[in-house]
Design a protein. Sequence first.
Length: 73
Amino acid sequence: MPLAMVKTRKIQMVQKITGKDDIKKFLETLGIIKGEELTVLSESNGNVIINVKNSRIAISKAMAMRIFVQEVC
C-alpha cells in the first residue's frame, strides 16, 4: 500500500520505493530505505509528515505515493 494511503500513528515497514534513481537516492538520504520502519504522524496541505529514525520529515503526497509499506504487527 502506498504511504500516502496509510492511517496515522501505525508503524509501517518500507517494502519498495518506485521512481527514478535520483528520487530513490533523495529518500535514502532521509533514511527512507527498504526494511526501515516509519510512522505517519499527520497529513497537512498535501504533505505527509512522517517519523523515521527519530526524525520528523515532511514529504509531498506525490512522493509518499512512491513509497510502498506494510503494517508492522
